[in-house]
Design a protein around this ligand. Structure first.
Ligand code: FAD
Length: 522
């Protein structure tokens, strides 16, 4: 694909400004009474993001009175900067292209790639309803690129092309979703409050959730009574507190997600006894340059002209592997969680493959001390802080591999030139945080559960706040956060509305395919 994530970050962040200007108008219909001491609603949704907006639309369409609250001054949450890739089998666009696929194949791919750490029930729900979600997006006006569905290169390939992307990345999803939300605001079903933070959940004596406390920018606190609360408050990639507590190893990685991802929902849910799950899992992408303001440069296409060496001065992966997951995994295993991209004069003179870095930028970063430059490997090693003898052995072995035409250590195939022409360069690379894998534990109805796996009545959760590992396991799978946030956002709204009416739960009709029980429990 010609499009890359660095571009999307630029485009998308620019767009946040557009949204900021637009959204308060949407929220203007919200009734704000400064005298009010208590508000009430059928369903309170915490977070007007990727999962919260579809949940609000669905709940409103089922006749519920919805209060949608967001601490940001704009709607859309991470959709403002996300790649917006979604995946699903058997949507109309895929069938029209004659691509053979099925939800059960999607399920099997996901569970294998996720190293069997995914939540089988929730994954099944998401893949079986993914086609309906994609078709619905098309119905409300979402446009996808003509290449969609495709095999995405940024992540391990699925066994069929099933990833969709809009020409404006996630903004292609957000604009129609916002338009649909606005219709529900205009017909009085949804009240949207921006710049308002939900700070804690309210429980009655039986432990049932009966609302939450909200805080305005002014500091004014207001309880909101609700028959059900849906937590759709996103992940915790931007929370130093939660990362230091649960994933100290990745805490120093660059935060690429928006700053609202502070895990508020996770903290609030834990405070009232909810169980958390997968908090030990966290994937940080290799690809940010340490010490610069540059953003994510996602493997596999970048930094691959030279070699990657860790803080011990050793190679640790096939730099050019076609499976980015393999590189992410090798990166996560490095003790110091960072590495150097090493190349020589020849590579620098041709193209070191650092997007956005021309000759002048490299010079600038050398003079700033970010990029190390040296005339010998010994000198380079000293600048990098690694043992010269080890780095010399590493480069010598790599050079032997180039001369022999075979990389016996890591199986790298493109071995066109030895690293032998001074000066030598080392660029420090660190991890980037987009998404968090741990979150609030829920049952198959997306009800939050406690330490004994009993549902906490009145409280539901959806989206990244339940942790991306529920869908992705211990990996990052193409389109398996944005898509499931919409799919399960709509489903959780149905369950919450039924809950408020005392109806028995009934999940949405599943797809044609019936995933075998033994696959689910594997
Ligand atoms: C650069 C980037 C690229 C990505 N690309 C992809 C991709 O291509 N495909 C994919 O599947 N995933 C991708 N992801 C991940 C994906 O975008 C997110 O996981 C997903 O959008 C999260 O959706 P969500 O609704 O759970 O949370 P969000 O969209 O983050 O929404 C949460 C909302 O809750 C609000 N909120 C939080 N706390 C409170 C509170 N206390 N009170 C009130 N409101 C609160 C926030 O302000 C926010 O608006 C990407 C992420 C990043 C950062």
């Amino acid at each position: 694909m010609a499009l890359n994530r660095r571009d999307l970050m630029k485009v998308a962040l620019a767009e946040v400004g557009v949204l900021t200007a637009f959204s308060p108008a949407m929220a203007a219909s919200s009734t704000e009474n400064p005298q009010a001491t208590k508000a009430s609603t059928d369903i309170l949704i915490v977070g007007a993001g990727n999962a919260g907006i579809p949940a609000a639309i669905q709940a409103a369409d089922l006749g519920a009175k919805v209060l949608l609250i967001d601490k940001n001054p704009f709607t859309g949450g991470m959709l403002n900067i996300s790649g917006g890739h979604i995946s699903g089998a058997n949507a109309k666009m895929q069938i029209a292209k004659g691509i053979q696929d099925s939800p059960s194949l999607h399920y099997r791919d996901a569970i294998r790639m996720g190293r069997y750490k995914n939540n089988p029930e929730l994954l099944k729900l998401a893949v079986e309803n993914a086609a309906a979600m994609i078709d619905w997006l098309v119905e409300i006006g979402v446009e996808f690129t003509p290449e969609s569905p495709f095999l995405e290169d940024d992540h391990e390939h699925y066994s069929a092309p099933r990833t969709y992307m809009g020409p404006e990345y996630a903004r292609s999803l957000l604009k129609p979703l916002n338009a649909e939300l606005e219709k529900r605001i205009n017909n009085g079903r949804v009240t949207l409050q921006l710049n308002t933070t939900v700070t804690r959940l309210l429980q009655n004596d039986d432990g049932r959730i009966i609302g939450a406390v909200t805080r305005k920018e002014t500091g004014q606190e207001l309880p909101v009574m609700a028959k059900a609360v849906i937590m759709a408050s996103g992940g915790y990639g931007a929370s130093d507190i939660l990362k230091n507590k649960h994933n100290p190893k990745i805490a120093a990685s660059k935060v690429v997600c928006l700053p609202h991802a502070t895990g508020d929902g996770i903290i609030m849910a834990e405070d009232i006894g909810a169980k958390l799950t997968n908090m030990d899992l966290f994937v940080s992408f290799p690809g940010a340059i340490d010490g610069t303001s540059g953003r994510l440069q996602h493997a596999p296409k970048h930094f691959t002209e030279g070699i990657w060496v860790n803080s011990q001065g050793e190679r640790f992966v096939n730099e050019q592997t076609l499976n980015p997951d393999e590189r992410e995994r090798a990166f996560l295993e490095q003790a110091d969680f960072g590495f150097f991209y090493l190349f020589d004069h020849h590579v620098r003179a041709s193209n070191p493959g650092i997007i956005g870095w021309n000759h002048g930028r490299i010079e600038q970063e050398i003079s700033r001390g970010v990029v190390h430059q040296a005339n010998t490997i010994d000198e380079l090693a000293n600048k990098m802080g690694v043992k010269p003898s080890v780095l010399k052995a590493t480069t010598a072995r790599y050079n032997q591999s180039v001369l022999a035409g075979i990389d016996q250590d890591y199986g790298r195939e493109k071995l066109q030139r030895t690293l032998s022409a001074p000066p030598f360069y080392a660029v420090p690379i660190t991890g980037s945080i987009l998404i968090s894998h741990g979150g609030i534990a829920v049952n198959h109805l997306l009800q939050v559960i406690d330490g004994d796996s009993r549902s906490i009545e009145g409280l539901f959760a959806v989206g990244e706040t339940i942790g991306s590992a529920q869908m992705m396991g211990n990996a990052v799978l193409s389109g398996m956060s944005v898509g499931p946030a919409i799919t399960l956002g709509r489903l959780v709204a149905r369950n919450a509305v039924r809950y408020t009416r005392g109806d028995p739960f009934l999940m949405a009709e599943c797809g044609q395919e019936n995933i075998e029980k033994n696959e689910i429990s594997s």
